[in-house]
Structures are given as C-alpha cells and as structure tokens.
Design a protein around this ligand. Structure first.
Ligand code: FES
Length: 112
C-alpha cells in the first residue's frame, strides 16, 4: 500500500470539491461534505469528463455531462448512462492533511 497526500483539511471548504493531479497524470476528486472527506477518481467512469464540474447533493455526485448520479460511499452509479462504479479511495486524515491509501502500482481507475 502507499499513501498519497492530496491537500490540507482547510483547503477545501464544506460542500466543495477539488480535482487533484496525482502521479503526474491521474486525477482524484476530493470532496468535503460536512467535514467528511471522500476521494474518488476525478474522471467519470462513463466518458472522459472531469467530475469537479458536476454537482454534489447529499451523499451523491452528479456528472455534468450526461447526468449520471453516483453514490459517494460505494461509487456505484444510481442512474444511467454510466454503468461502472467510480473508484472510491480510502481517506486518512493525518497532521491536518488528507491522504488516500491505495495499492502499490498504478492508481485504480474504472472507465468504460
Ligand atoms: S461522462 Fe459522466 S455520465 Fe457520461
């Protein structure tokens, strides 16, 4: 396993999200909902589209391109056209920083 430092806990306000580049090219979406941080893959599992342009509602993220909603705890799509779940990365808070814990090797991503 390896840990990737994404941001300070005060860099993303409650109700906001930010796309963060990791490993040079991959993108992770960091979301703050009520002080709880969630990290998902930054690009939609349906087509190549940045998820920080989408909309947050209680526990879900809607992709702005074709309006699939994803459950933020499981990553599962709630409605079409997306069929694959988003990768959701385990978050660790340490010394005021938000990190994700991922397997060694390339960042897990799901894409159609
Ligand atoms: S690109 Fe996200 S639903 Fe199509």
């Amino acid at each position: 396993m390896r840990r990737i430092d994404l941001a300070g806990i005060d860099e993303i306000a409650d109700g906001e999200m930010k796309l963060i580049v990791v490993d040079g090219t991959d993108q992770v979406l960091l979301i703050n909902q009520g002080g709880e941080f969630t990290a998902t893959q930054g690009i939609c599992s349906h087509e190549y589209f940045e998820l920080d342009k989408g909309f947050l509602t209680a526990g879900t993220l809607t992709c702005a391109l074709h309006l699939s909603r994803f459950d933020l705890s499981s990553g599962e799509p709630i409605d079409p056209p997306a069929e694959l779940p988003l990768e959701v990365y385990p978050v660790v808070i340490e010394n005021g920083r938000v990190l994700i814990e991922v397997p060694d090797g390339p960042l897990p991503l799901s894409e159609e």
